[in-house]
Ligand binder design. Structure first.
Ligand code: NDP
Length: 245
């Protein structure tokens, strides 16, 4: 198990699914977890589990549509801890599965707001804090559809491609500060989002989010050298992006 004692880790979408178990794994490794989501019940359940394993957490009930609240996060973390060691940008929404030409503007824009704009605002507000860490780590949850461009998953696929591009740019910008930033493709995982995306599927055939989280937390390792890459959970390995010729 990783030793993350004394490290501060922020996880968005920590109220359920992959984010919940990633937050729990980070806490088990000794990190203090800042857990962000809207559902207070889910955050409290996480807090109870973290306490039960001897860990600590700070709960931040927040809607990622509230850009001002995201902007204020950096200042609050600065006042209390002066740094951020790990950012797990995990929260996300699927939106409606529909042909691009039949997608309502408000639905497309909502997916972009939560998945893309909020992620960028979060990066911006924590940038000085992650630079202040001696080994800052950024972990961005993407999806295979960012590459497969599956029909009817347009808004979600576009939002995940944007997340990957932003994370790679940030990885290149912060590399000289000892920061390492990578994208993650978790693969199909037994969560509420997957059930919404593929309603007829038998969830027992899918990997457990606990197992997926156990692999994701390795990207928080202060000794990690990989940067600007895509970690594929299924294959349990990093994939390099191909630069244009
Ligand atoms: P879930 O739907 O189970 O959980 C999503 C999390 O995001 C919840 O904690 C939710 O919290 C939070 N969230 C959503 N909207 C907001 C908002 N407006 N403000 C604050 N928090 C919000 O998803 P998964 O665990 O399945 O997915 C986690 C990540 O992994 C996502 O980025 C997803 O795209 C990605 N992924 C998942 C796959 C899968 O098969 N499960 C496959 C590929 C990628 P709350 O509702 O409490 O606010």
């Amino acid at each position: 198990m990783l030793d993350l004692k004394g490290r501060i880790a922020l996880v968005t979408g920590a109220s359920r699914g992959i984010g919940y178990f990633t937050a729990l794994e980070l806490a088990k490794s000794g990190a203090h977890v800042i857990a962000v989501a809207r559902t207070v019940g889910g955050l409290e359940e996480l807090d109870d589990e973290i306490k039960a394993v001897g860990g600590t957490a700070t709960l931040v009930p927040l809607d990622l549509a509230d850009m001002k609240a995201i902007d204020a996060l950096g200042g609050s973390i600065h006042e209390r801890w002066g740094k951020l060691d790990v950012l797990v940008a995990n929260a996300g929404m699927l939106g409606t599965i529909a042909p691009l030409g039949h997608t309502k503007a408000k639905d497309f824009e909502k997916v972009m707001t939560i998945n893309v704009n909020a992620t960028w605002r979060l990066m911006r507000t924590v940038e000085p804090l992650i630079k202040a860490s001696d080994a800052g780590r950024g972990i961005f949850l993407s999806s295979g559809v960012a590459h497969s461009c599956k029909p009817f998953w347009g808004a979600y696929a576009a939002s995940k491609a944007a997340i990957e591009a932003m994370a790679r740019v940030w990885a290149n910008e912060l590399v000289n500060f000892g920061v390492r930033i990578n994208n993650v493709n978790p693969g199909a995982t037994r969560t509420a989002m997957r059930a919404q995306a593929v309603p007829g599927e038998n969830p027992s055939t899918l990997p457990d989010p606990r197992d997926v989280a156990a692999k994701i937390v390795k990207l928080a390792d202060p000794a990690l050298t990989e940067n600007g890459m895509l970690f594929d959970v299924r294959q349990d390995r990093f994939l390099a992006y191909r630069d244009p010729e």
